[in-house]
Design a protein around this ligand. Structure first.
Ligand SMILES: Cc1cc2nc3c(=O)[nH]c(=O)nc-3n(C[C@H](O)[C@H](O)[C@H](O)COP(=O)(O)OP(=O)(O)OC[C@H]3O[C@@H](n4cnc5c(N)ncnc54)[C@H](O)[C@@H]3O)c2cc1C
Length: 417
């Protein structure tokens, strides 16, 4: 399906062409259209549709900064509040030790620490919002095959259609064709983990708390899901992301539902009582990448096309949405100053503003993973003592929360109230 407003359907050229209508590309398209650019989105998949009934398998935690970006873009109010779960506390503990940290929204002077929602829910809301912008066209079922430089801009072929633009943006995910066409290396690095995702039901309600247990085989996140009518009371369902070594992940996938539930209950220390799996289980490889550059001639990369990080802190798309907002802010400034949309200085500024923060988060995730998989008693002592200290020291707890809320770094204006 295509959203193709009348004033763009007669031309194949736009100021900006975005390959990829995921969460990062979708938000970018709205922000650029609102800044006065003509924009076209090409996405390989069908037009996103809002999920209904049981929760969709892929969910994301969104930070306060992401919430503000989506609110200012007019997307947040389109979300169905019944399918968005706020969480006001977090509990992180060492399953093989004694260390534990608890964070609460009250400590951060916030109403909540984040929200959990289905990826399809958000992309559908972005797509619907795009339909109301008359300088924005969005083509679903349009996989891009070929990308070539064309004068100062780019020419892009998708099947029998050809489009051109002054600026090409790669928002096409981890295996970005745009990145490849620009010759920007982003070698995959095996994290040593696979992520098993599923929906579970627990005896006790989650109480709006996001939980993460660290084990030497990898972290297990219990993310509070919105309730549905018809289930055994609201608040008993969580989405899990169980990151584990491949062998452990294979073992978990081979278990029947009862045995998997028992393994889950054991791994969580029955923090919410007994747990049962109520969905299919799916496994994703966890590869990390970081593009050597986020920009090239008349080209920029955002979201997973620029960086893929371990999902253990649920930050991937939060970083991607910030990329989109910073790029839109810089392009808007260029326009106000009368500069061409693909001006090299502007694209370099975008990269400077985002790269250090994204690298910091990627390295922090690697550090966490390493710290928790080391069995040596000294490392175990260090991490338990460290968690205990963070829990007791308000400034350390605040520093963690500040970053988790997305309040750190060089934020774009619209990532704040
Ligand atoms: C198990 C797991 C759990 C996660 N949990 C969280 C979380 O809680 N919080 C969080 O912030 N992040 C989380 N992440 C990371 C998050 O899912 C990603 O960072 C995010 O989906 C990336 O969004 P994106 O828009 O950059 O790319 P994608 O979601 O990959 O979207 C890319 C789009 O490009 C399109 N495309 C690709 N190739 C082409 C082509 N040739 N032509 C046209 N279109 C194309 C695709 O159809 C797709 O729509 C998690 C990741 C995993 C694996």
């Amino acid at each position: 399906m295509t959203n193709d407003p009348a004033n763009l359907s007669s031309t194949t050229h736009t100021d900006v062409l975005i390959v990829g209508g995921g969460m990062a590309g979708g938000l970018l398209s709205l922000l650029l259209a609102d800044a006065g650019f003509s924009v076209r989105v090409l996405d390989a998949g069908p037009a996103p549709v809002r999920p209904s009934g049981e929760s969709a398998p892929r969910v994301s935690t969104l930070s306060e900064a992401s919430h503000w970006l989506l609110r200012h873009a007019g997307v947040w109010d389109r979300l169905d509040p019944e399918r968005v779960q706020a969480y006001a506390s977090m509990q992180v503990w060492d399953r093989d030790g004694t260390g534990e940290v608890r964070f609460s929204a009250a400590d951060a002077g916030a109403d909540c620490l984040g929200w959990l929602l289905e990826n399809d829910h958000l992309t559908a809301a972005l797509f619907e919002a795009a339909g109301e912008r008359d300088t924005l066209a969005w083509h679903g079922d349009t996989p891009v095959d070929d990308l070539t430089r064309d004068g100062d801009g780019w020419r892009v072929t998708a099947g029998d259609r050809t489009f051109s633009a002054d600026l090409l943006v790669g928002a096409d995910g981890a295996r970005s064709r745009v990145r490849d066409a620009a010759g920007i290396p982003a070698p995959a690095r095996d994290s040593g983990h696979r992520a098993l995702v599923a929906t579970i039901e627990t005896d006790r309600p989650h109480g709006g708390c996001a939980r993460q247990a660290f084990m030497d085989s990898g972290p297990l996140a219990l993310l509070p899901l919105f309730g549905h009518g018809g289930h055994r009371g609201d608040g008993h369902r969580c989405s899990i992301v169980w990151s584990a070594w491949p062998q452990r992940s294979d073992e978990l996938m081979a278990l029947d539902d009862d045995a998997f539930g028992a393994a889950l209950s054991q791994a969580t220390g029955e923090v919410l009582g007994a747990a049962r799996v109520v969905s299919r289980r799916a496994v994703f490889p966890i590869e990390e990448r970081h593009a050597s550059r986020y920009q090239g001639r008349a080209l920029a990369l955002v979201g997973d096309a620029a960086h893929v990080i371990h999902p253990l802190a649920g930050q991937g798309i939060n970083l991607g949405l910030l990329d989109a907002a910073v790029l839109a802010e810089e392009l808007g400034r260029a326009r106000a100053a009368g500069l061409p949309v693909a001006h090299a200085t502007i694209l370099a500024r975008y990269e400077r503003r985002r790269r250090a923060d994204n690298l910091l988060m990627q390295n922090a995730m690697r550090g966490f993973k390493l710290l928790f998989e080391r069995p040596e008693p000294a490392v175990r002592w260090l991490r338990n003592t460290g968690l205990g200290l963070v829990n007791r020291l308000a400034p350390a707890r605040h520093a963690f929360m500040h970053r988790a809320l997305g309040r750190a770094g060089d934020l774009p204006r619209n990532a704040r109230p």
